[in-house]
Design a binder for this molecule. Structure first.
Ligand code: SAM
Ligand code: SF4
Length: 348
């Protein structure tokens, strides 16, 4: 089914989710991209994500067991039409079952594309094994290449580990290696220029992401974070940027060619929301389906599975969750309410 009238329903949709076919919502968007959070724990404390003291971690009995997660991945791929799976967290490299889950996902048919978002700490020792397990590509988060700023933003002095992780990812063939950056409101524009220079030199693809109201402390303020237009203006003062003409599809990044040697992506999640083209569904480490980063409601698949539900029932619950997806995240609406879970507990 192809529905292109995104965001504006042309007729009243049926009142309940279809029982088969694509994983669709009432606005006609089809979810094919699954984000799986493997843990809510992390070894960094990025200011825009976690408080310095960490959070109350999910109790272990509430986390999906590996066999429960594998079951949900199978349902997603074989019954719901998921074609790409991104593992994230918290920090996915601290989830001990990461390689096993990737290998199990690799064995699914049709085999989905498998990617990972990580802070890169410890990646130097894991990159080859991840590639062997079936990982296709990787995004490593890095907001600055300046050591003191890195330590201030992440509250940990681990820049050399991340740089080693990036090198190992490239050497292992997890390419194109992408670098995700969320910019500091004060130093971020300088960081963006230095990061782009670094990424061009090393052969990584930089993605600059607008900061969203998903910090644990609810400190995000409208208009304080650096916007995509400002980033673009600044980069244009230092590099020759031309729009990448390849079709963008549902990809959130607006891509630019840089000096004829590389590319940079700018993800304007707040200032130019791309909700109308969203193709994502999310699963938290405790087995809750979220139809949006900013959803106020979740659907508890863990409880359903533990109460003996068969695959058809779990599938129907997942479909119903996505059917209820809102048209947009509403960040720019006056009555916007930040979700209770921070980014680290949802999975970015
Ligand atoms: N720990 C891993 C990492 O940092 O890559 C994976 C989880 S982290 C939540 C995933 C991505 O979300 C990272 O690229 C991070 O920069 C981004 N992120 C976290 N908090 C954010 C926020 N408030 N706004 C925008 N992006 C955020
Ligand atoms: Fe950890 Fe990633 Fe959040 Fe930073 S952004 S605190 S690395 S989960």
């Amino acid at each position: 089914m192809t529905i292109v009238d995104l965001g504006v329903p042309s007729a009243a949709p049926p009142s309940s989710a279809p029982t088969d076919g694509p994983l669709i919502d009432t606005f006609g968007r089809v979810a094919t991209d699954l984000r799986v959070s493997l843990t809510d724990r992390c070894n960094l404390r990025c200011t825009y994500c976690m408080p310095a003291e960490g959070l109350n971690w999910l109790p272990s009995e509430e986390l999906l067991r590996p066999e429960e997660l594998t079951r949900l991945l199978r349902i997603a791929v074989t019954r719901l039409g998921i074609t790409s799976v991104r593992f994230t967290g918290g920090e996915p490299l601290i989830a001990r079952h990461l390689e096993d889950v990737i290998a199990a996902t690799t064995a699914l048919r049709p085999r989905p594309e498998i990617t990972l978002t990580t802070n890169g700490v410890g990646l130097d020792k894991r990159a080859e094994g991840l590639k062997r397990a079936g990982l296709d590509r990787i995004n490593v988060s890095l907001d600055t290449v300046e050591g003191a700023r890195f330590a201030a933003i992440t509250r940990r002095d681990r820049l050399p580990d991340v740089l080693a992780g990036l090198r190992a990812a490239k050497a292992a063939g997890l390419e194109p290696v992408k670098v995700n950056a969320v910019l500091d409101p004060v130093t971020g524009l300088d960081d963006a220029v230095a990061l782009l220079r670094f990424c061009l030199e090393q052969g990584y693809q930089l993605r600059i992401i607008e900061q969203m109201p998903l910090d644990a402390g609810h400190q995000w303020q409208r208009g304080k974070a650096i916007g995509a237009d400002e980033v673009l203006d600044t980069l244009q003062q230092h590099f020759h940027l031309t729009p990448d003409t390849a079709p963008r599809g549902s990809a959130p990044a607006e891509l630019w060619r840089v000096d004829g040697v590389g590319k940079v992506g700018i993800i304007a999640s707040v200032s130019h929301a791309f909700c109308s083209a969203c193709d994502r569904t999310r699963l938290t480490a405790d087995g809750q389906v979220r139809n949006c980063l900013f959803a106020q409601r979740e659907t508890d698949l863990r409880q359903l599975m533990r109460s003996g539900a068969d695959d058809a029932v779990v599938e129907a619950a997942w479909r119903a969750a996505m059917w209820a997806k809102a048209a947009g995240h509403g960040i720019n609406d006056p009555d916007f309410v930040q979700p209770a879970r921070p980014m680290s507990a949802i999975g970015g």
